[in-house]
Design a protein around this ligand. Structure first.
Ligand code: GDP
Ligand code: ZN
Length: 311
């Protein structure tokens, strides 16, 4: 069986003292039958509780506020889109792809630049100004030097966060730095239960078939939520490092660019002359122009059009 660790935040009258404790739960067979997946981060209804052995059964899943597919986590409050100022340097096209993907989730996000100690003040100012012209207000920090953390930590307080970004920018390092020393104690009864059972709680298993050999190959995807300072949670696995843009449509792409949102807002109530304007130079378009990322918008629009035609 697959076990999930559930933290109790409400209990029946008389059992209120169990709030904040945790239970090792199995998922009710019926939920699996009707293909209701339980994700890490889900709010669930637990029954058949044995408070002594700290066991229970997940009987229902409450509606999700949000959902991230990679890693699979429900009720994510914030994304940290992480880049580095050097090693590797930020690529405007890659940066734009990540920003568009993050915007398309509808989850609030903060853009963070790591490795500030590798560059001079001018470079920091350059990226701050450049991102400002795109409509963003990034944070700058160094995981190595442990500097610039305060603003980020305040922002993540009480929230469930997933870190995303290209490889090499320091996602794993950031996650480790934020989690602090809050490892589960060996004495923790849940820890002992988990030790006795082969599978870790909160784990998602995803079976894939290897394209090369065609043979079934099982890859295991582990994700759990780590408690962080200030009462929030952080996914221990970084998210999408290859934005697929699968949730972005020809119509919704424009909404993922702050520059376009701004141009439309400034031209309210008329906006573009045609309601279905995709800002390619249609008559009466208020978006087409000389802004820096317009070429990226056009490229991505092309890519999405091709994808939509194939589908
Ligand atoms: P990930 O691929 O995004 O998870 O990146 P990692 O966390 O594995 O980090 C990639 C490399 O960048 C490692 O060699 C880290 O030691 C290094 N790194 C992480 N943070 C910093 C930093 O603040 N400054 C510098 N100079 N290197 C860093
Ligand atoms: Zn237009």
């Amino acid at each position: 069986a697959n076990f999930m660790r559930v933290i109790v935040d409400a209990a029946a009258p008389g059992l209120d003292h169990h709030r904040g404790s945790d239970l090792l739960c199995v998922v009710r067979a019926l939920l699996k039958k009707i293909r209701r997946r339980v994700l890490v981060g889900d709010r669930v209804l637990v029954g058949a509780v044995d408070w002594t052995d700290r066991r229970g059964m997940i009987e229902d899943v409450f509606e999700r506020r949000s959902e991230v597919a990679n890693p699979p986590v429900a009720n994510v409050d914030r994304l940290v889109v992480l880049f580095s100022l050097d090693q590797p340097k930020p690529e405007p096209a890659t940066l734009t792809r990540f920003l568009v993907e993050a915007e398309s989730t509808g989850i609030p996000f903060v853009l963070v630049f790591n490795k500030v100690e590798l560059v001079d003040e001018q470079t920091i100012a350059y990226w701050r100004d450049r991102l400002k012209s795109w409509g963003y207000d990034p944070l700058f920090l160094s995981v190595d030097k442990q500097s610039g953390f305060t603003a980020l930590e305040e922002m993540l307080e009480g929230q469930t966060t997933v870190v995303v970004g290209p490889s090499g920018v320091g996602k794993s390092s950031l996650i480790n730095a934020l989690r602090g020393n809050q490892d589960i104690s060996e004495e923790d009864p849940i820890h002992k239960l988990v030790e006795q059972n082969s599978k870790w709680f909160g784990e998602q298993r995803v079976g894939t078939v290897s394209k090369k050999s065609g043979k079934g190959k099982h890859t295991t995807r582990h994700v759990s939520l780590l408690p962080i300072a200030g009462g929030g949670f952080l996914a221990d696995t970084p998210g999408f490092n290859q934005p697929s843009l699968m949730k972005v449509t020809k119509k919704s792409l424009a909404e993922t660019f702050p520059e376009i949102r701004k141009a439309l807002k400034e031209n309210e109530p008329t906006k573009c002359l045609f309601n279905d304007c995709v800002h390619l130079g249609e008559h009466g378009c208020v978006v087409k122009g000389e802004w820096e990322r317009y070429p990226y918008y056009l490229q991505m629009l092309d890519e999405i059009k091709i994808r939509e035609e194939i589908q």
